[in-house]
Design a binder for this molecule. Structure first.
Ligand SMILES: *[C@@H]1O[C@H](CO)[C@@H](O)[C@H](O)[C@H]1NC(C)=O
Ligand SMILES: *[C@@H]1O[C@H](CO)[C@@H](O)[C@H](O)[C@H]1NC(C)=O
Length: 188
């Protein structure tokens, strides 16, 4: 079968050249990097959420007034403390949103970031996402992290400690796997 009369024209060659050039420059140069030592740790922090008063940490930004609060959206900036007591040391914030996404029960899809501001994890974050229902007990996936927690994954298990119309306290058990810096892994 005869090829197109244009297939060997200078224009065609130029076009092929530009397409190959575009393909070559469309991908950045890649290089490998090293990961440090893998660490697996568990620790517990307490999530302190306040609904009422000037220090409230949660706002309902969408209120659909539907059964099981379906369609509602909350935004929270809760306090993370070392203990369940309201006066215990602050280690960071838990910032995220609750998307009420069930028509059969009170349940929310909650993406949240644990922002550590004090202690050995200061300036590091962990991002978790998952479901929370009215039982107050949940397991959510830790899907990443920054700072000390670079390349993290793991599990965030939470359980209600106290709850009232004014607020609640939940225990957050963080099971996290992450990698140290290569530089740091070289030292003993
Ligand atoms: C939450 O705090 C803000 C700012 O202090 C205040 O204006 C608002 O009334 C509070 N909301 C509730 C429900 O107490
Ligand atoms: C949503 O609106 C309804 C009706 O006004 C009210 O009873 C309910 O308390 C509101 N819910 C929230 C979370 O603000």
């Amino acid at each position: 079968m005869a090829s197109s009369p244009h297939s060997s024209s200078p224009i065609h060659h130029l076009l092929v050249f530009f397409l190959l050039f575009a393909a070559a420059t469309a991908f950045p140069v890649t290089s490998e990097f090293e990961l440090g030592i893998q660490k697996r740790i568990h620790f517990r922090v307490y999530f302190h959420e306040t609904f009422l008063g000037p220090d409230n940490t949660t706002v309902t930004v969408v209120n659909m007034s539907l059964p099981y609060t379906f369609g509602d959206i909350d935004i929270f900036d809760a306090v993370l403390r070392v203990g369940s007591d309201a006066s215990s040391t602050v280690v960071g914030r838990a910032q995220g949103a609750g998307f009420h996404m069930s028509q059969q029960e009170e349940a929310s899809l909650i993406p949240l970031v644990l922002v550590f501001t004090a202690g050995e994890f200061a300036d590091s974050t962990l991002t978790a996402i998952g479901r929370l229902d009215a039982s107050g007990k949940a397991e959510r996936a830790i899907v990443g992290g920054t700072g000390v927690f670079q390349y993290a994954w793991g599990k965030l298990a939470s359980e209600l400690v106290t709850s009232s119309v004014e607020g609640l306290v939940a225990a957050f058990d963080v099971y996290v796997i992450y990698y140290t810096d290569v530089g740091r892994s070289a030292s003993p």
